[in-house]
Design a protein around this ligand. Structure first.
Ligand SMILES: NC(=O)c1ccc[n+]([C@@H]2O[C@H](COP(=O)([O-])OP(=O)(O)OC[C@H]3O[C@@H](n4cnc5c(N)ncnc54)[C@H](O)[C@@H]3O)[C@@H](O)[C@H]2O)c1
Ligand SMILES: [Zn+2]
Length: 687
């Protein structure tokens, strides 16, 4: 490679990686798979080693190379917090030889042959640092740029598995004054699938994998939205400890201490003496990891001795005493039969690969996302190519590259359509976005997806008006917008099949009943960008009618640069105003009203201090409640003037118990303290 070519490739890689870092760390919406990303980064690192003077020049020009810094996850809207001890990344490799070289380097550095390691799962979540002071949880912070991160305490408090207090170890050292513990927030596969199913029903784009969903959830500004999703946590690392004497001498003892304090710890770790035992442990982990509750993308090998860790030190980015060995993603080669274009609710065009079905990591894959026009062009993927498909942490498989040696001469570059494949309107690119959109409001797909979203369970919840039914109605030309749902005619519907009388009547009854659904359901159902269910509830409380919401002005949301309505910030305010600035969206509101839709506003928050309701009452919470987290329940109790206590005594007024309630329930029963469930509690709150 000539220096000139190297220089331009270096610049290109730096820019590409920076873009993927932004997508992955800040937006939790990566476009390429982790292994693809790792290959780009490896290529950059190799170039930097071969052409050190070019690397230095590039860094002088536009800052540190992505190979030398920790990916930055800080986002707007969170307070930043400075870690007492830096949070680092890990060097990683896919090669067993490099794992052995890691040992050899350390042996040389520390000048000893025999080294003991701990091998632990590499959890594929997002890094978090949790601080306990005198045993009490005080803060949770993301990695950020390693030096300071986002304070996500409110969101972390929705994690039921995260104890508010550490258990002192009986007969052990006292709890440290301050301890920063490192871990990973993740989401189970089951929860991921539950949420994606809801999204599918609401015609919203699916999340690619649990890690992205967990990362996106942690970065939600509204912790009530976060509470709707179940996050988990596992803690494995030591950040900072005061006094230092409270610390054990080894990484393995640290894992035991974490568990003894009552924190969720890694499911298994191995103590390995020397590189052969390390390799054996890594392979055993690979066999066992499917049974773990979290996704793993590798093994982390760490020196067991903490004093030796300190002696080995760190580079600018990662400790020298640890190495991640990443398991290669499973990959398959198959024929790309066609590229189809999907159009979403907001008109975004997504290219999809239609593949010759191929077996991959336990399932058959016949479709894979191609992300967007730019990605497609970058990889130069052509119809008729043999492509590599991968499924690493990703649930939705991705086409990662083309096997050029099998490219037929007749294969021509793919030309991204310049018009919407459904309605033929020329597509547009919104400034600052990669996505191309169909700008036609009346595009049949958009109509369909808007109506599907409106009728879904998460919104107005019209029984019988599912995805397939909406498709049919749009095809027949009976649905051209949301208001048409309320114009459907019985005689038309009866032509849909033979014995459809009963289902037609049920559907019409459900549609009729939905006219009086709660206001927030309509607000959510309009599909306004950024407005989720929780925000819709806040908006309903404040505006009390669709008309008032549609008339709202900037000052109603933001005054003196501050939010007027808690949880509704500037981004959402602007999205709302933009939505209703469009006369067609305004018309929806007028038409709905004319058709007899009359959403039910929420009960007025009484101006009387609600405190009186539960004043003087003490509650103890136990078990898992069906509809709210314990923190939410506690907040409700406190807002109504009640108190929440940790233990049951004769003075306890009520025990609010959910599923899997433990000893507190037994104690309440033995003391004769009334036990109530969530439904009874809600009735109590309603007076
Ligand atoms: N797909 C993309 O576009 C994209 C973009 C950026 C990064 N990435 C992925 O992220 C990786 C780089 O990110 P990174 O800097 O967070 O590094 P990393 O994920 O490779 O390793 C460091 C992190 O591992 C985590 N970890 C999990 N289990 C651990 C354990 N037992 N001990 C210690 N740490 C543990 C920690 O959070 C730590 O910060 C890349 O290799 C790539 O896979 C992907
Ligand atoms: Zn269109």
């Amino acid at each position: 490679m000539t220096p000139d070519a190297a220089q331009s490739r270096l610049a290109e890689l730096r820019a590409t990686i920076a873009r993927h870092d932004e997508l992955y760390y800040r937006r939790a919406e990566p476009e390429i798979s982790d292994s693809e990303y790792d290959r780009l980064k490896r290529e950059l690192a190799d170039l930097e080693t071969r052409f050190p003077e070019l690397a230095v020049a590039a860094s002088a020009l536009d800052g540190e190379s992505p190979t030398a810094r920790v990916g930055d996850d800080r986002t707007e809207g969170f307070a930043t917090y400075r870690h007492r001890q830096r949070m680092m990344s890990l060097d990683n490799t896919y090669s067993p030889d490099e794992l052995r070289e890691f040992h050899e380097r350390l042996a040389k550095l520390l000048d000893r042959e025999e080294l003991t390691y701990v091998v632990e799962p590499k959890i594929d979540g997002l890094a978090v640092s949790v601080t306990y002071e005198h045993g009490k949880l005080v803060r949770a912070v993301t990695r950020g740029n390693g030096i300071e991160g986002d304070d996500i305490t409110a969101n972390a408090l929705t994690i039921r598995a995260l104890p508010r207090k550490l258990h002192p170890v009986p007969g052990g050292a006292p709890l440290p004054d301050i301890v920063e513990i490192r871990g990973e927030i993740f989401m189970t596969l089951a929860e991921f699938e539950r949420i994606n199913k809801l999204r599918e029903e609401a015609a919203e784009p699916l999340y690619a994998n649990p890690r992205n969903l967990a990362a996106g959830t942690v970065k939600q500004l509204d912790s009530r939205e976060v509470a709707q999703r179940r996050l988990e946590i596992v803690l494995y690392g030591l950040g900072y400890c005061e006094p230092a004497s409270a610390l054990p001498a080894t990484q393995s003892a640290w894992h035991e201490l974490v568990r003894a304090w009552g924190l969720p710890a890694v499911e298994k770790y191995w103590i390995a003496r020397g590189p052969d035992e390390v390799w054996a442990a890594v392979q055993e982990l690979d066999r066992l990891r499917d049974a773990f509750s979290y996704a793993t993308d590798g093994a982390v090998v760490k020196l067991d001795s903490l004093p030796l860790q300190r002696e080995a030190g760190a580079t600018s980015k990662a400790p020298r005493w640890a190495m991640a060995y990443k398991f290669a993603a499973e990959r398959a080669e198959t024929l790309l039969r066609a590229i189809t274009i999907q159009v979403g609710r907001t008109g975004v065009l997504t290219p999809v690969a239609e593949l010759e079905p191929v077996h991959l990591s336990g399932s058959t894959v016949s479709r894979a996302t191609l992300h967007n026009r730019d990605e497609l062009a970058r990889k130069d993927i052509r119809v008729g190519d043999y492509v590599y498909v991968e499924k690493a942490g990703e649930i939705i498989p991705a086409v990662v590259a083309v096997n050029l040696s099998r490219r037929a001469p007749a294969c021509v570059p793919y030309v991204f359509p310049a018009a919407c494949p459904v309605c033929s309107t020329p597509v547009v690119q919104i400034e600052g976005e990669v996505a191309l959109r169909c700008p036609n409001y009346d595009c049949p797909v958009q109509i369909r997806r808007r109506a599907q979203h409106f009728a879904s369970k998460a919104c107005v919840d019209i029984d019988g008006l599912g995805i397939a039914m909406v498709d049919t109605l749009v095809e027949r030309g009976w649905l051209r917008g949301i208001p048409d749902i309320y114009r459907l005619r019985r005689e038309d519907l009866l032509t849909l099949g033979k014995s459809v009388e009963k289902s037609t009547d049920n559907l019409l009854a459900a549609i009729e009943a939905s006219k009086a659904a709660e206001l927030w359901r309509f607000i959510h159902g309009l599909g306004i960008t950024h407005v989720g269910a929780a925000s819709a509830k806040d908006l309903a409380q404040k505006f009390r009618s669709l008309e008032a919401l549609a008339d709202a002005r900037y000052e109603d949301f933001i005054a003196d640069k501050k939010s007027v309505i808690e949880g509704i910030g500037e981004t959402m305010a602007l999205a709302l105003i933009e939505h209703f600035n469009d006369p067609r969206n305004r018309a929806v509101i007028t038409e709905l009203a004319a058709l007899g839709v009359s959403p039910a506003p929420p009960p007025e928050k009484s101006t009387e201090p609600a405190s009186l309701l539960l004043a003087g009452k003490t509650f103890v919470l136990t078990g898992t409640l069906p509809g709210m987290t314990r923190d939410e329940a506690a907040a409700k109790i406190e807002a109504a003037g009640g108190k929440v206590s940790g233990s049951v005594s004769k003075k306890t007024s009520y025990v609010l118990a959910g599923a899997e309630a433990g000893s507190k329930l037994a104690k309440a029963e033995s003391l004769g303290v009334p036990v109530i469930d969530e439904a009874a509690f809600l009735r109590m709150l309603a007076g």
